[in-house]
Every structure is written in C-alpha cells, then in structure tokens.
Design a protein around this ligand. Structure first.
Ligand code: ZN
Length: 77
C-alpha cells in the first residue's frame, strides 16, 4: 500500500515546473488536496500551458505531450 505521499501523474506531479505559474517548481509538488481546490494550469513535466476543463465534480487538464490528468485519478475525497 502507499504510505504517506500520493503518487501524482506526471503532468501534475513531475515537479519540474510549478503547475500554477509555469515557472521553475523548485521541487514544489502540489498535493492532491491543493489540486482539489484549484486545477493545475501548466504541465509539471514540460511547463506547457494545459487545456483545463472544470466540471461540477472536478476537472481534467490536458498536456499535448504528457496526456490528460483527471481529478478523479488523484483520489480526492
Ligand atoms: Zn507536459
């Protein structure tokens, strides 16, 4: 089982770029709880602006290189 930290998909968990500013992340990886409150706008792996769609029950964000992340994949509660 997973202990402690959550494994996030690359476009939100890669930790290379800040998913909210697109700048260098400096090893700042957003938590699933943070992502539940505010959808990511930039890919954490490549810094590209992602296509973000917000739904009543969550969101998905798509990087043209790294694919789609759906908030339901983050096991938000
Ligand atoms: Zn990407």
């Amino acid at each position: 089982m997973v202990t402690g930290s959550t494994e996030l998909p690359g476009p939100v968990g890669a930790g290379v770029y800040n998913v909210y500013t697109g700048g260098p992340a400096g090893s700042i990886v957003p938590t699933a709880a943070q992502l539940g409150l505010e959808p990511p706008r930039f890919c954490a792996a490549c810094g590209r602006r992602m296509i973000v769609q917000v739904r009543p029950d969550g969101w998905w964000a798509k990087c043209s290189r790294h694919g789609t992340v759906d908030s339901k994949d983050l096991e938000l509660r």
